[in-house]
Design a protein around this ligand. Structure first.
Ligand SMILES: *[C@@H]1O[C@H](CO)[C@@H](O)[C@H](O)[C@H]1NC(C)=O
Ligand SMILES: *[C@@H]1O[C@H](CO)[C@@H](O)[C@H](O)[C@H]1NC(C)=O
Ligand SMILES: *[C@@H]1O[C@H](CO)[C@@H](O)[C@H](O)[C@H]1NC(C)=O
Length: 259
């Protein structure tokens, strides 16, 4: 944690801090929507519950060793004849290994960039010039949730996946403790949105999440997240809504004219 936060501040100090930066690149699409749910973030079929299935694979600078999983982006193609200026919003669920495009979109997200009646023309191009920016994820009816993964083995191994992470932040560390105790144990990022630990107490569990916010990190605390009889495969509501915005570094900042 200390290391990633330090890196975060170092990167920020070298350019103007912005709520968001606009990136120029190209985007391609997966001809089927199926590869993305099984993507590197580990969401599985639950990926379809994020952004209504408008999913994206991002290059390593967006994937950020898994910290970028669940990040939301607004993306538009730059041909005004083919595409709307509003673009579409997508959620990152996979790592894109092909560095010729920053982003590979699900088929539905790719065509959602098109003007009415232009979807087929955009698909025919296959690859388009785009600009994109991070935007806050909004889950109005859904709090940050913790899914206990099937590989968990009580009482030796706890594996959780984060779902419905709102705001425009990254989770940089997670600690777990028994409810009512301040004896915190650090979890480690296993891969993507999945975290694990072999050190955790019995009983009901609480979590605290260090998230990037503004220019720094802050703890958000789920005081009772897992009941004592937590079960593999179940999703538990943390009661938290993360709405923070972490600053990015670029010049110039997004002027907000892109709506
Ligand atoms: C995912 O979405 C489906 C359909 O809206 C819903 O039934 C299901 O409960 C959601 N899953 C989770 C884990 O929220
Ligand atoms: C995409 O996100 C932006 C920024 O939060 C928001 O203004 C816009 O309404 C969203 N677009 C869609 C189609 O949800
Ligand atoms: C893109 O990836 C290829 C293959 O991994 C590599 O050879 C090339 O240097 C990369 N290009 C850039 C601009 O990173």
């Amino acid at each position: 944690m200390a290391h990633s936060l330090w890196l975060f501040f170092l990167l920020l100090s070298s350019a103007t801090a912005c709520d968001r930066c606009v990136q120029q690149s190209k985007a391609a699409y997966f001809s089927s929507d199926s590869p993305l749910p099984s993507g590197a973030c580990g969401y599985g079929s639950l990926a379809l519950n994020l952004s209504g299935g408008s999913l994206a694979a991002g290059v390593s600078s967006l994937y950020k060793l898994g910290a970028g999983c669940g990040a939301c982006f607004q993306i538009r193609c730059k041909d005004p004849k083919l595409c709307s200026s509003r673009g579409t919003n997508v959620t990152l669920t996979d790592l894109n290994y092909n560095n010729q495009t920053d982003i590979v979109l699900s088929n539905s997200a790719f065509t959602a960039m098109a003007n009415q009646g232009m979807a087929q023309d955009v698909l025919k191009l296959g690859i388009v010039d785009v600009e994109y920016k991070r935007v806050p994820c909004e889950y109005k009816n859904q709090n940050l949730a913790v899914r206990v993964e099937e590989s968990s083995q009580k009482p030796n191994y706890l594996v959780i996946k984060l779902l419905y992470q709102g705001g425009q932040t990254e989770v940089v560390s997670i600690d777990v403790a028994q409810v009512g105790s301040s004896n915190w144990n650090a979890m480690a990022r296993n891969s993507g949105a999945v975290w694990d630990t072999s050190r955790f107490p019995d009983g009901a569990l609480q979590f605290r999440f260090m998230v990037t916010s503004g220019h720094e990190g802050k703890w958000v605390w789920a005081k009772t997240a897992l009941p004592a009889d937590w079960k593999n495969g179940l999703v538990y509501d943390t009661g938290l809504q993360i709405t923070d915005i972490a600053q990015e570094a670029c010049t110039p900042c997004d002027d907000g004219n892109w709506t």
